[in-house]
Design a protein around this ligand. Structure first.
Ligand code: GLN
Length: 261
């Protein structure tokens, strides 16, 4: 009798474990997770990227955080943030560990091969940034013979690599924006490429010893990404929510909260 009980117990445990296992596998499958009637989506973010995403007093804050949270409220889904290096966001989306990718992410044709983007929600663009003591660099042509710091997996890195051979400079990769800023502030690299609103915000917040030079190198726009071809319902919800935020004035409120002149 006792033996039978034990067998029953083990069978029950095995069943429970198996159930947990399948549940885990369904996480981030691109379909979201049902939780008390609402769907929970995992959102990948790059928290080294103020004013879009950063940590303050142990909480994630910023334009992207507020925008996706407002969309989720508006469309009736739940979100959970997952912070990672920017270069890991799209691979995690592809691996099914995320449902939504944000991160001041520029809409590019190359990325469109693996993700679907929402309507654009922010106009950005790359700029050159040098040490405040440097007066010899204002254009891409001035980079000949120099060392250029970029952040792995970004449009800045792509732009730098595209012109490296033709202009003749060395490219150094960093995993996050603060490390890249530090390199130029320390004089270990001559110049960096970063999105204008991000570096302008960083310079306004802290004395980084850096300055923005020249014209913007492009006119990138940011979008919210989901896995390509797998999530058209979610993408529709994101676009509908975004349009409502713009109509209601909530979008402008978020922008002025973080970008007050
Ligand atoms: N906008 C740039 C890109 O999409 C940089 C984003 C980032 O560093 N978080 O590549």
């Amino acid at each position: 009798m006792k033996k039978l009980h034990l067998v029953a117990l083990f069978t029950l445990m095995a069943l429970l474990l198996a159930a947990c296992g399948t549940d885990d596998e369904s996480n981030g499958s691109g379909e979201g997770e049902e939780e008390e009637g609402t769907t929970l989506y995992k959102v990948g973010i790059d928290t080294t990227y103020p004013p879009f995403e950063y940590e303050e007093d142990g909480e994630y804050v910023g334009i992207d955080i507020d925008v996706i949270s407002a969309i989720a409220d508006n469309q009736g889904f739940e979100i959970e943030f997952s912070a990672m290096d920017f270069s890991g966001i799209i691979p995690s989306l592809q691996a099914g560990q995320l449902d939504i990718a944000m991160g001041g992410m520029s809409i590019t044709d190359e990325r469109k091969e693996t993700v679907d983007f929402s309507d654009p929600y922010f106009d950005s663009g790359l700029t050159l940034v040098v040490n405040e003591d440097n007066s010899s660099i204002t254009t891409m042509e001035d980079l000949a013979g120099k060392t250029v710091a970029v952040k792995n997996g970004t449009t800045g890195a792509l732009h730098a690599e595209e012109h490296a051979e033709e202009i003749g400079y060395e490219v150094k990769q960093f995993n996050d924006s603060p490390a890249m800023f530090q390199e130029v502030a320390n004089g270990n690299a001559d110049v960096l490429m970063e999105d204008y609103p991000v570096i302008a915000y960083a310079i306004a917040q802290n004395d980084l010893g850096l300055q923005i030079v020249g014209d913007r190198l492009n006119g990138d726009q940011y979008g919210i990404a989901v896995l390509k071809g797998e999530n058209s319902d979610l993408l529709e919800q994101i676009n509908a929510g975004l349009a409502e935020l713009k109509d209601s004035g909530e979008y402008d409120e978020i922008m002025s909260k973080y970008l007050a002149e």
